[in-house]
Design a protein around this ligand. Structure first.
Ligand code: NDP
Length: 286
């Protein structure tokens, strides 16, 4: 017999496909950096197996798990409670388990917000949000709850942008309006923050969302959700015009930090996570 504890804390992720999701490497690097005996198990869980996976996590006394596509909405029916913003968004990507009770959160928007707050407080700000998919929806709700003054949501399919604008007007104190996005969109006069929350730029360093770059003023905060490559063409163009830029790595890392706080009650080292992702994506830290 020995006094050593051979039982690790269990966390992980349920999604499909899952093989290209680097979160496991990021989380385990942070656990190792801080000497936490925890595992993060990246599980390929098909839609029809979600209930079994959730029950399995509960049975094995995991402290929590992330869920990604296609489970973010479906998982809600297996939870005991859902936090405010996740409930407004209607999607959960982070579940914590305490005393057998499952609580759902959405860290997509919270991770973005934590990253944004390092350069500006969105309270009272005018924001242009490009895109109206899951990431945009989560970001818009967090910006609304954080007290943004006005959010313009632009999307090719305007009905999706209108649905988010309606959600913001109904559930937060922010003003919100939807615009149909066709051709190069002009950044509205007085905008403080511009966010690319589309998938344009993912895996393509030359792809650029159709934006009239001449309307990007110096000092405006320009953020991109794209984690890979982090230095998207949109951010490079914005930087060359004197904008303050924010890449999608920060959003991803902060999601890990927030998840671990919910699961373990402690703050992980961000540098260990950033370094790991940069190594995986083959980028330098400048
Ligand atoms: P969705 O598929 O839900 O939404 C994609 C959005 O991009 C839609 O608004 C879509 O418009 C728009 N879009 C795609 N192609 C074009 C185009 N050519 N022109 C104009 N609009 C376009 O995806 P998600 O919201 O889930 O994810 C979006 C991105 O965010 C992904 O690349 C993902 O990697 C990234 N992400 C990053 C995270 C991070 O931590 N850094 C976390 C979560 C997501 P339409 O509705 O008109 O089709």
């Amino acid at each position: 017999m020995t006094d050593r504890n051979f039982r690790a804390i269990l966390t992980g992720s349920f999604s499909t496909p899952c093989a290209d999701n680097p979160t496991v490497a990021m989380m385990e690097a942070a656990y190792a950096h801080d000497g936490i005996d925890a595992r993060y198990i990246n599980c390929d869980v098909k839609a029809e197996n979600l209930e079994g996976a959730v029950k399995g996590a509960l049975a094995m006394e995991w402290v929590g798990f992330n869920c990604s596509l296609p489970h973010k909405v479906e998982v809600i029916k297996y939870l005991d409670e859902v936090a405010e913003s996740a409930s407004i968004i209607g999607a959960v990507n982070c579940v914590s388990i305490r005393d057998g009770k499952l609580t759902g959160n959405n860290t997509d928007g919270k991770g973005f917000l934590a990253s944004l707050k390092k350069v500006t407080d969105p309270s009272g700000k005018k924001i242009l949000l490009l895109g109206a998919g899951g990431a945009a929806r989560a970001i818009a709700v967090e910006l609304g709850l954080a007290g943004a003054k006005h959010i313009t949501i632009a999307n090719r399919k305007p009905e999706k942008a209108e649905a988010i604008a309606e959600l913001i007007r109904k559930n937060t104190k922010s003003e919100a309006k939807a615009v149909a996005w066709s051709g190069d969109i002009a950044v509205p006069e007085g905008a403080d923050v511009v966010i690319n929350a589309t998938s344009i730029g993912l895996g393509d360093k030359e792809a650029l969302p159709p934006v009239d770059l001449g309307t990007l003023s110096q000092g405006v905060v320009v953020a991109d959700v794209i984690p890979n490559p982090p230095a998207t063409k949109f951010l490079r163009e914005a930087k060359s015009r004197g904008c303050i830029t924010l890449d999608g790595l920060g959003m991803l890392v902060n999601q890990g930090v927030i998840g671990a706080e919910l699961w373990l009650g402690r703050k992980l080292n961000e540098d260990a996570m950033v370094n790991t992702l940069q190594e995986i994506f083959g980028v330098s830290s400048d």
